[in-house]
Design a protein around this ligand. Structure first.
Ligand code: AHR
Length: 520
């Protein structure tokens, strides 16, 4: 049995009828890369991250305070900054998540010892001392070279509060909020391109109906000003999963007031928010399969929300911003259930590789995405244990995929053997391809099957590379992960089971692997 996957860009570019023979060669994986028909630019912002005041993401993960024995610069841990620079984090979303709609930004400015302590009612009911606020967040973004993505409080905040926050961050005038910023030690305004008007306002952000939120969005957005030459890219709260009505209403009633509309989709192995979601590390092949199958639903959500957006915005001016995605398992035994701390295995690497391939392949509409979350929460790229730090398999996928940042998407047509489990089946491979500014082609391929290697034959149209090289992320077991004691169990290695052919290349992709190929 075969499954055909066609990227959107490819479906526009290719005459499908001429490729029907591809599906006939049973057991063979065939790929056509249209280097002669480059598509949209893959925005580097697809590789964005998310940091919420949740569990140990901000506190300990990023912020340890200036007096900490953990080496830090102005309170921000040095090991984390150095690691994040390796994956070229393009943007960072903050302060939530659900926390955003109960965050009052003035609590987080001024002398730290005077900042009010509040209770983080969403996440564990712990004390939030507000030591990490606007200045610390902007400092962290500058250290790692990321653009800030600030999410404003619609659910429990006022229009005035949101308006003043933007003025505080971006105005150079002799005005009350700009002067307050100067009083707090920052003379020049920050550059703030991305600002989101609320988070999940259909749920934790206010339980609003789309018609109501569309009006609320229009009102709040009116007062977000472009101060001192700063131009704000305005992101409206979008749908969860398959809530297409939300997208329809927002696009029909508020599209002209926004630059981006968000989408949230988490991979739950069970597909259900109630009951156990399963362990991050103790799982069998059925759960591996279920997790990857549910990850592939991202394709369906991106396509269907995009179709609605296309109807209202055929020019594709409004970006689809997938600003929360990733795996969501049971927390690690013995940890606070409100902290959402989970380990990260080779399975998560596959989830990351598949999602990022989907976003790349829809780069004409997907302009930003943010994995949830950066450190110590959900599908983290970094885990810390006090002074210790480890890089997860997901980190390595982000590092391997940096080659796609701002590269031109190359449409692909993939015919792959299925990976079957019982009565169910999914495509055995996931792929995306791009050409960077220097003319180098990169192909990222995931082999979802944990038992079988995949022979891949690729026809490359419009390019004749002289060299092929590769890197691979795999491990002996599906459950392989890095621990604070054994930190490099899962890490990238050189991949050499690939060669150039007359019309392209061929490769043998090991079971359960993520591979990046470079053709120059
Ligand atoms: O990422 C954890 C939570 O998931 C976020 O706070 C919320 O937006 C989503 O429901």
């Amino acid at each position: 049995m075969k499954t055909r996957i066609l990227s959107l860009a490819a479906s526009a570019a290719l005459a499908l009828g001429s490729h029907c023979t591809l599906a006939q060669a049973a057991g063979v994986n065939r790929l056509v890369i249209r280097a002669d028909q480059p598509g949209a630019t893959i925005s580097k912002h697809i590789y964005g991250h998310f940091s919420e005041h949740l569990g140990r993401c901000i506190y300990e993960g990023i912020w340890v305070g200036e007096d900490s024995p953990i080496p830090n610069t102005r309170g921000i841990r040095n090991d984390v900054v150095a690691a994040l620079k390796r994956i070229k984090v393009p943007n960072l979303r903050w302060p939530g998540g659900c926390f955003a709609d109960e965050y009052h930004w003035k609590d987080g400015i001024g002398p730290r010892e005077k900042r009010p302590k509040i209770i983080n009612t969403h996440w564990g009911g712990v004390v939030e001392n507000n030591h990490f606020g606007t200045h610390e967040f902007m400092d962290f973004c500058e250290m790692i070279g990321a653009e800030p993505v600030v999410c404003g409080n619609v659910g429990s905040g006022t229009v005035q509060e949101m308006m003043e926050w933007v003025e505080y961050m971006t105005s150079d005038a002799d005005s009350p909020m700009a002067n307050l910023r100067r009083q707090n030690g920052r003379e020049a305004p920050w550059k703030l391109r991305y600002f989101a008007v609320g988070n999940e306002n259909w749920g934790c952000g206010g339980n609003m109906r789309p018609e109501y939120y569309a009006d609320v969005y229009r009102r709040y957005n009116t007062f977000i000003k472009n101060y001192s030459g700063n131009r704000v890219y305005r992101i409206a709260c979008g749908a969860s999963d398959s809530d297409y009505r939300w997208t329809e209403v927002l696009m029909s009633q508020a599209a002209r007031h926004m630059n981006g509309l968000s989408l949230h989709y988490y991979t739950l192995p069970t597909g259900s928010w109630s009951g156990s979601k399963g362990s991050a590390t103790l799982f069998d092949e059925a759960q591996w399969f279920a997790t990857l199958r549910r990850t592939l639903r991202m394709q369906e959500f991106v396509v269907k929300h995009s179709e609605i957006m296309d109807k209202h915005d055929p020019q594709k001016r409004v970006g689809l911003i997938v600003d929360e995605w990733g795996t969501w398992y049971d927390v690690e035994p013995g940890t606070n259930p409100g902290f959402l701390y989970q380990q990260n295995t080779l399975r998560d690497a596959l989830v990351a590789g598949i999602n990022l391939n989907i976003f790349n392949n829809h780069a004409d509409r997907v302009k930003m995405a943010n994995i949830a979350q950066m450190i110590n929460v959900l599908q983290a790229v970094i885990l810390t244990d006090k002074e210790k730090m480890l890089l997860t398999p997901t980190f390595h996928v982000f590092e391997m995929y940096t080659v796609h940042h701002d590269a031109k998407l190359l449409p692909t047509e993939l015919t792959s053997a299925d990976y079957e489990q019982g009565d169910a089946k999914i495509p055995g491979l996931s792929v995306s391809a791009s050409r960077d500014g220097a003319g180098v082609l990169h192909v990222t391929v995931c082999n979802l099957n944990p038992n079988q290697p995949a022979e891949l034959t690729c026809e490359l149209r419009g390019a004749k590379p002289q060299n092929i090289a590769g890197r691979i992320l795999t491990a002996e077991t599906m459950q392989a992960h890095n621990t604070f004691d054994v930190q490099e169990k899962v890490k990238p290695a050189t991949f050499s089971d690939c060669k150039l052919t007359d019309g392209g290349f061929s490769a043998t992709l090991p079971a359960k692997s993520v591979v990046v190929l470079e053709l120059r």
